[in-house]
Design a protein around this ligand. Structure first.
Ligand SMILES: *Cc1c(COP(=O)(O)O)cnc(C)c1O
Length: 439
């Protein structure tokens, strides 16, 4: 007997009443997929229809879990790259709605009725906010680094400190980016110490640029020294070289004093180098983009590079970025969610944790802990935070909460929710989700 015949007809599976709540395209896709797989794996055995239906349902449910969906970040890592880095404020979102749900003057000069400059909507605001000569926006900071090196140093030597040849994550490695951008890396100094003299001695007639990279995601402690951007600027000026700072993150305004200490403020640094770049969705707290600031003559060279067309940002990005810039210029810092979370007082976090603790039945203990800035920012600094630590097996709790899109962390063998990275307007949803878990 041909065992294949014992498989239920695909059509009968697709029409089975137990799948009726799923849309047709998913029923059809997963019925065919699961039946094909079973025919391959169990070609010589009978297979039960209910077993097949169970697997089809499982396939569809797993597919739904992959949808982009909102999660509550209770990990305590504020700029969490896996969870989307910076959150957009609802008022900013509302302000963008009309601009992206209709045609816009993206590249059109409303005054003159002719073609306008694509980046016009953000350029003047960037220049005002950062007090710089000129600016440019690309897809992300990785693209910015690539564009700067390729436009300003192609075919020549770029000097960088061995202590700053970093890997950012997602396999973005400075030496490899340099190679891909067509520049020759000249390493100077050692892993822990680089002096100005090291740069000076490495300069040759083929050198065009001195690169400084912010040690975003690690810290050197102990016997170490690096050359400041200001010192490099002096040397670059003397030797007629370009001085570029890949800032990675960098902050703009209104960061609490404890975090701001020893961390680069963009406005100050832009005066100490020829050109710099940073991510718009790290400490700056906006959408994914790479912002480049610097001398007019250098930005003009970037604009001439054909690559810019490939790295250019969409109108959605420009709309959101424009609103974030306005918020900074108007000093409406409450619209920058990343800053708001970083600056929240411990007392406020305590009140929020208590509010959640009182509204649920699961047993938890309020504890003081430390949260992280994240996103490759400030690796050596932590923030005071408040957590609820739940009774019971940590791994089991972690999976249970994750099933409700609540992402916490494990600390001292307990599953904890860290309130440093939870927004106030998420508390009701958090409580509702935990109550559903308790059922
Ligand atoms: C994060 C970072 C980058 C990459 O920026 P993306 O916006 O993630 O592309 C590059 N350089 C440094 C120093 C960084 O910290």
């Amino acid at each position: 007997m041909n065992k294949m015949r014992t498989f239920p007809q695909i059509q009968s599976l697709i029409e089975d009443s137990s799948l009726k709540d799923y849309p047709f395209y998913l029923r059809a896709h997963f019925c065919k997929k699961i039946v094909a797989r079973c025919k391959k794996d169990f070609a010589n055995e009978d297979i039960d229809k209910n077993e097949l239906l169970k697997q089809i349902k499982q396939g569809i449910e797993e597919f739904y879990r992959k949808d982009l969906q909102s999660v509550i970040n209770a990990s305590g890592v504020i700029i969490h790259t896996n969870l989307g880095r910076s959150v957009i404020d609802e008022q900013i979102y509302e302000a963008c709605k009309d601009k992206i749900c209709s045609y816009s003057n993206l590249e059109f000069d409303l005054e003159k009725g002719v073609r306008g400059e694509r980046y016009g909507v953000v350029l003047e605001k960037l220049k005002m906010l950062f007090e710089c000569e000129d600016a440019l926006v690309v897809n992300n900071n990785a693209a910015a680094v690539f564009l700067v090196l390729n436009s300003l140093a192609f075919g020549s030597e770029v000097i960088a400190s061995r202590g700053e040849l970093v890997e950012i994550g997602g396999s973005f490695r400075i030496p490899e980016v340099m190679r891909a951008a067509g520049v020759k890396l000249v390493e100077v100094g050692t892993s822990n110490k680089t002096n100005l003299k090291d740069y000076e001695e490495a300069i040759s007639e083929n050198t065009s640029l001195l690169l400084k990279t912010h040690k975003s995601n690690f810290a050197l402690i102990g016997f170490q020294s690096e050359v400041s951007i200001k010192e490099l600027q002096g040397l670059a000026g003397q030797k007629k070289l370009i001085n570029y700072y890949d800032l990675g993150s960098g902050w703009c305004e209104n960061l609490n004093a404890n975090l701001a200490k020893n961390e680069p403020q963009i406005k100050k640094l832009v005066k100490e180098c020829d050109i710099l770049s940073f991510s718009a969705d790290k400490l700056f707290g906006s959408v994914q983009a790479g912002i480049i600031l610097g001398k007019k003559e250098l930005i003009a060279r970037l604009k001439k590079n054909q690559l810019l067309r490939m790295l250019r940002v969409d109108k959605l990005t420009l709309a959101f970025l424009e609103e974030s810039l306005k918020a900074y210029l108007l000093k409406e810092y409450e619209k920058i969610v990343t800053l708001k979370l970083l600056n929240e007082s411990v007392e406020t976090l305590e009140q929020r944790a208590l509010r959640v603790q009182k509204s649920i039945q699961m047993k938890s203990e309020l504890k003081y802990s430390k949260a992280l800035v994240g996103g490759g920012s400030m690796p050596d600094k932590s923030l005071k935070s408040v957590v609820l630590a739940f009774e019971g097996n940590a791994l089991f709790n972690q999976a249970k909460f994750r099933a409700k899109n609540i992402i916490g962390r494990i600390e001292n063998e307990s599953f904890v929710l860290d309130f440093r990275s939870i927004q106030e307007n998420e508390l009701e949803r958090l409580i509702k989700m935990i109550r559903e878990l308790e059922k």
